[in-house]
Design a binder for this molecule. Structure first.
Ligand code: CO
Length: 449
């Protein structure tokens, strides 16, 4: 047996020979293929870019590090209470984060999440998301990879997406749907106006319903009769192939919801969205036992206590979280993984009240998560693209990720400043500082929006 000391000498000799080779520049292919890591960057500045190029108030967090040119962007968009998110980031998270390492994403998320003690509110979750996504952007830029690569790489080439189709009446919806189908969309969300009422997802007509107040009116029963006719017309006139989606937007009673889910079963929807409000989610159990209409839920959820039981009991088919509202990419990739275990697929919220950074995060999750279901899509206006360069691209009904490092998006801050919060706003929104107004039943009772 060789004495221990001799082994050590041999080992030491071969190690020093190896280092000698590298020092002489004769590295192996394996060594050359590995990029040397950058030193750990520290957070030097945290701020919010508040901009409304398309009239909706977008909040984007920018984190700058101590390494030259290394920074990242994150979406913190909560249009109805946007000023509060700005304050949460700049007055609370900024002092907490400055000087901390920028490369410990989960650790930083947990630290911020717990630092307010009270948590899971929309303002704080959005603020935290801005920080979280900015750190993912920074890590992608350090690695020279798009974020979907950091999440494991592509499970698919692009994200199949659905577009919003609406009209004041059913023929107009059918016409608009045909146009979208010609553009290549395989999935459409259809909404129709209700005469005299403020229906969700469609324009308001000029008629005015009889009412005991001056606010916009909505009557659940009138809406349900109209929506049922719409879905029947879409299925018979647009054919078997097209995937139909519809958003109830939580505006009806639980038993009306149960009846509606059963009535539309024969039209074979891709999904029925927000059949109940978050306060009424226990009713999903009853719907599930009575029909096979696919159910999507979750854009208003704040807390794991809301989505976890729906997934674990297999009561919904699609989880609709607004990624920034749930706290960013870090929690949402875990939520997606939970869904995979229970056969629940992702359908991240993606209307105009998500910034292009948020849309890029949606697409990264869409590509990297096996249990992707569908992506909601809304087009980026010219002004939005002036502020955000390299937005995700939609082609033939598919949404494509940017192949540049991080989110691949650069924000033109001078352009952003041309469209401050309030830009293009009028009426209720202007008066309410971007907040929503009110909708009432004929007798004056407030309804959920
Ligand atoms: Co919705």
């Amino acid at each position: 047996m060789m004495p221990r000391r001799k082994w050590m000498l041999l080992l030491g000799g071969s190690l020093s020979a190896g280092w000698g080779h590298r020092a002489a520049g004769k590295s192996t292919a394996a060594e050359q293929a590995v990029r040397p890591g950058m030193p750990s960057p520290k957070i030097r500045e945290v701020k919010v870019i508040a901009t409304a190029p398309a009239g909706l108030r977008l909040a984007v967090v920018k984190i700058v590090t101590d390494q030259p040119g290394l920074y990242g962007y994150g979406c913190a968009t909560f249009t109805q209470r946007a000023d509060l998110v700005v304050a949460a980031v700049e007055r609370y998270l900024r002092p907490f984060l400055i000087g901390k390492p920028a490369d410990r994403i989960d650790d930083t998320w947990q630290a911020c999440y717990n630092s307010s003690y009270w948590r899971n509110g929309p303002v704080l979750n959005n603020a935290l998301s801005g920080v979280d996504m900015a750190l993912w952007d920074i890590k992608g830029r350090m690695a020279g990879m798009p974020v979907y690569q950091l999440l494991g790489g592509k499970c698919r080439e692009a994200a199949d997406c659905y577009t919003h189709i609406s009209g004041k009446d059913i023929p107009e919806v059918i016409d608009n749907a045909r146009r979208a189908m010609e553009q290549g969309f395989r999935h459409i969300r259809v909404q129709v106006g209700v005469p005299g009422m403020a229906a969700y997802g469609s324009g308001r007509g000029t008629e005015v319903a009889e009412r005991l107040h001056s606010s916009p009116v909505f009557e659940p029963a009138a809406y349900l009769r109209r929506a049922l006719k719409l879905l029947e017309a879409c299925r018979t006139q647009l054919g078997e192939e097209i995937e139909l989606l519809h958003d109830v937007h939580e505006r009806i009673t639980p038993t009306q919801g149960l009846q509606f889910a059963k009535d539309v079963e024969k039209f074979r929807l891709f999904f029925l969205e927000d059949l109940f409000s978050p306060e009424d989610i226990d009713y999903f159990r009853i719907v599930r036992h009575q029909c096979a209409t696919p159910l999507a839920m979750g854009e208003l959820f704040n807390s794991p206590h809301e989505w976890r039981p729906l997934m674990a009991e297999r009561l919904i088919d699609y989880i609709r979280l607004h990624v920034s509202q749930a706290g960013g990419v870090t929690p949402c990739r875990k939520i997606a993984a939970l869904g995979e275990l229970f056969g629940v697929r992702t359908a991240w919220h993606g209307p105009g009240d998500v910034s292009p950074i948020g849309h890029a995060a949606n697409v990264a999750l869409d590509l990297a998560c096996y249990n992707f279901g569908i992506q909601e899509y809304s087009p980026f206006s010219e002004r939005t693209q002036e502020v955000f360069r390299n937005c995700p691209v939609q082609k033939n009904g598919y949404l494509y990720a940017n192949e540049l490092p991080g989110w691949g998006i650069e924000v033109n801050e001078a352009a952003a400043a041309k469209y401050p919060f309030g830009f293009g706003e009028s009426g209720d929104r202007k008066e309410n500082n971007g907040g929503w107004g009110e909708i009432r039943r004929r007798d004056g009772t407030i309804i959920k929006q």
